[in-house]
Design a protein around this ligand. Structure first.
Ligand SMILES: NC(=O)c1ccc[n+]([C@@H]2O[C@H](COP(=O)([O-])OP(=O)(O)OC[C@H]3O[C@@H](n4cnc5c(N)ncnc54)[C@H](O)[C@@H]3O)[C@@H](O)[C@H]2O)c1
Length: 376
């Protein structure tokens, strides 16, 4: 099988996740192309040199453009802040590379559209976005249950994503809170994950009516605790949604929800049953079937195991559990399937743009104080 040279841009939280996935994917999935970790770059050259050693990359380069120009690199990971995604992704596609870019796609909808157009103009190259929660076996089992009709006609959806990384009002101001540098707030950071799961279980959203708020409007300036910096992007975002199927739902997101660390939760109501799952207990699916004697009814808790999609390749024993980093390995396996021309479920820039349109529709709905229809 052909070898694939890999280049990694960024070595922070997601950079390390991508590096771990490159190291593990062959061990876990076996029949994948051999990956050669060729080059890595970071804003800080000293960090890049250190991380190249730790992550097993052949060399560190000072400028990401050098990495993209390297003929030995054919797959580029982009794990830098959102504002750099557009320039890096389009440069990589123009140089003939496959691209694995973290979410959200970009700061603005226009930037995301430009990335999707560049992907469309390079049909031989694979693009993929970092929506690894879609690879959760419990979620995929939920999708199978819904598709089989077991919970009947699906008519209602509840989705929420809550974290508390900005919950303390005294956390210092940073560029992440400035629209021109970070783009959307909770919507870009968290709601896009929720929308990816929502699309997976319910199909696309046809229209929505949103409300967003900055709750903590000022934060202390770093290094000058008497100074105050304005928070420009959303702390919380809520919406009523109508699906193309005719079903309805509610989405809620917060980055200031005390006590929630990865509270990505979805609940689906059907005419014959219901199901829900929560990423803080990501190896559990809760299923209710409206059958049997009423006295015995209730939600059953199903632990993920090898009988569920995507679990057995990691672990033969049920209930032992997969984590976030395993889902990134599974995400990479889908990308390598796409590169090899095999069936795959990688989220390319085109489906990614549909997610991006939804989070920007929240912002539009708030600006215009009205329902927003999403183009099909
Ligand atoms: N899929 C997920 O679940 C998930 C989780 C967290 C973050 N993310 C996304 O991943 C991206 C990065 O987030 P993070 O938490 O890893 O951030 P981070 O701050 O931990 O890492 C960013 C890295 O990019 C590097 N960088 C910045 N400018 C650079 C440049 N010009 N050239 C090369 N490297 C540069 C930084 O030095 C750092 O190593 C964001 O888009 C974020 O939304 C996705």
């Amino acid at each position: 099988m052909k070898k694939i040279g890999v280049g990694l841009i960024g070595t922070g939280f997601m950079g390390k996740c991508h590096a771990m996935a490159y190291g593990a994917v062959g061990t876990v999935f076996g029949e994948v192309p051999v990956l050669e970790r060729m080059a890595l770059s970071d804003a800080d050259p000293a960090v890049a040199a250190q991380k190249a050693k730790e992550f097993g990359f052949a060399r560190a380069v000072a400028d990401w453009r050098e990495l993209i120009a390297d003929p030995a690199v054919s797959l580029v990971s982009i794990t830098t802040p959102n504002g750099l995604h557009r320039e890096m992704a389009i440069a990589a596609l123009s140089a003939g590379k496959h691209v694995w870019c973290e979410k959200p796609m970009a700061l603005t909808l226009a930037d995301a559209e430009a990335m999707a157009a560049a992907a469309l103009a390079a049909p031989a190259q694979v693009t993929a976005l970092g929506y690894a929660y879609l690879r959760n076996p419990a979620l995929q089992h939920a999708r199978q249950i819904i598709a089989s009709g077991e919970i009947g006609e699906v008519f209602d959806f509840r989705g929420s994503v809550d974290e508390d990384y900005m919950a303390d009002p005294n956390l210092p101001w940073s560029w992440r809170l400035k629209s021109s540098e970070a783009g959307l707030g909770t919507l870009g950071d968290l709601t896009c994950h929720l929308v990816s799961l929502t699309h997976e279980l319910m199909g696309e959203i046809a229209s929505l009516c949103a409300m967003t708020d900055v709750v903590h409007r000022e934060r202390p300036l770093p290094g000058n605790l008497d100074g105050r910096g304005l928070v420009e992007n959303d702390d919380v975002a809520h919406a009523l949604v109508r699906f193309r199927s005719g079903a309805r739902g509610v989405l809620a997101s917060s980055r200031i929800a005390h006590g929630r660390n990865n509270g990505l939760r979805v609940e689906v109501h059907g005419s014959k049953g219901a199901l829900w799952l929560d990423n803080e207990r990501m190896n559990e699916l809760n299923l209710y079937l409206a059958d049997g004697p009423p006295a015995r009814r209730g939600f059953r808790r199903i632990l993920s195991g090898p009988q569920h999609p995507g679990y057995g390749v990691f672990c033969p024993a049920p209930g032992h559990g997969l984590g976030f980093n395993e889902l990134k390995v599974a995400e990479l396996a889908e990308i390598l399937n796409a590169v090899a021309g095999r069936p795959n479920r990688a989220i390319g820039f085109a489906p990614g743009l549909r997610i991006e349109r939804v989070i920007h529709a929240f912002a539009q709905s708030v600006r215009e104080a009205t329902w927003v229809r999403l183009a099909s």
